[in-house]
Design a protein. Structure first.
Length: 320
């Protein structure tokens, strides 16, 4: 028995919506045009800064070193993170298009979370890079080789893929009963799941477990790395050596705070902070998509004299 095409279409429509309607900053619709200005300026800054960083590192052979290659990977992850969400958010703010198809929504969710996990993995690798450079400098060149850098990049992508691929099936198994309005600027796992008219316990527990086991574990390991680094730094006899070692780590510490603080605050607010205004949560969810991509290139360039000189040479050469 083959169902009538119209019946099949109705069943499919009731199970998965054809599209979702993204409302943006629900409750702040009258401020959408105003909000689009900083969003647009920050996104342009993120694109220019990260593309410039990648270009300089790729073109300058003296920067083909593990630390700078990790920075290039971080820039790629930042571009993926911001570009997967901000263009659609701007489209909503400018009232160009608030709709997104069901499969496009899942695709956006997949790449948004994948790039976040990949970036977290790269930040962990950068912490380990600093640990080996400061605590075991004689072993640095044998541990951090070019082949090792390639493996780190592949591991970051593979890890994000393995964590996020099951969520596609976890969402596709849910019926939505015509619910399609999402008070958000982009699609995320729990935001989609909460529209379903079925038990989403599996989605909640999977999301909670993967957050604790991917970025959560990364934070713990990064913390261990930096406690060992600080212990080694304070053992250095020279004050200048202490300041230099601390300086190389301070930029990384700033990036970590900027990346993880709004991300985890957003994550826990979504699950437990029901008293917090929804537009505050949405604003935080957008901050961790925009702030790291904007500030990472600036922080690392300003803190690293050699990189700053190379970037300046490229900018001055382009201006002539």
């Amino acid at each position: 028995f083959r169902p009538h095409p119209t019946m099949a279409a109705l069943n499919q429509t009731s199970f998965w919506p054809v599209s979702f309607l993204l409302l943006g900053m629900a409750g702040l619709e009258n401020l959408h045009t105003l909000l689009s200005i900083p969003f647009c300026l920050l996104y342009i800054t993120a694109l220019l800064g990260n593309f410039l960083l990648i270009f300089v590192i790729v073109m300058e052979r003296s920067l083909h070193q593990p630390m700078y290659l990790l920075l290039a990977m971080l820039a790629v992850a930042d571009l993926m993170l911001s570009s997967s969400t901000v263009p659609k958010a701007l489209s909503i703010f400018w009232s160009l298009s608030k709709e997104i198809s069901f499969h496009a929504c899942l695709t956006q969710m997949f790449f948004t979370h994948l790039s976040f996990i990949a970036e977290s993995t790269i930040l962990l690798a950068m912490a380990f890079d600093r640990y080996v450079a400061i605590c075991h400098p004689l072993r640095y060149t044998t541990v951090f080789t070019l082949s090792m850098m390639a493996k780190v990049g592949l591991a970051a992508i593979a890890r994000g893929f393995c964590v996020m691929f099951p969520t596609i099936f976890l969402l596709q198994r849910l019926p939505f009963c015509g619910h399609r309005v999402m008070p958000h600027t982009y699609c995320e796992h729990m935001g989609i799941a909460r529209l379903a008219c079925a038990d989403i316990s599996l989605n909640i527990w999977y999301g909670f477990a993967t957050t604790l086991l991917s970025p959560g574990v990364d934070i713990v390991l990064i913390g261990v790395s930096y406690s060992l680094i600080l212990r080694a730094v304070f053992k250095l006899s020279s004050k200048d050596a202490q300041l230099k070692a601390a300086g190389t780590c301070s930029s990384h510490a700033c990036v970590l705070l900027m990346f993880y603080t709004p991300a985890f605050f957003s994550f826990f607010t979504h699950r437990f902070g029901h008293s917090i205004a929804h537009h505050v949560y949405i604003l935080l969810a957008n901050l961790y998509m925009l702030l790291p991509p904007v500030l990472n290139p600036i922080i690392y360039t300003m803190k690293n004299k050699f990189l700053r000189e190379k970037v300046s040479q490229v900018l001055l050469g382009a201006g002539q």
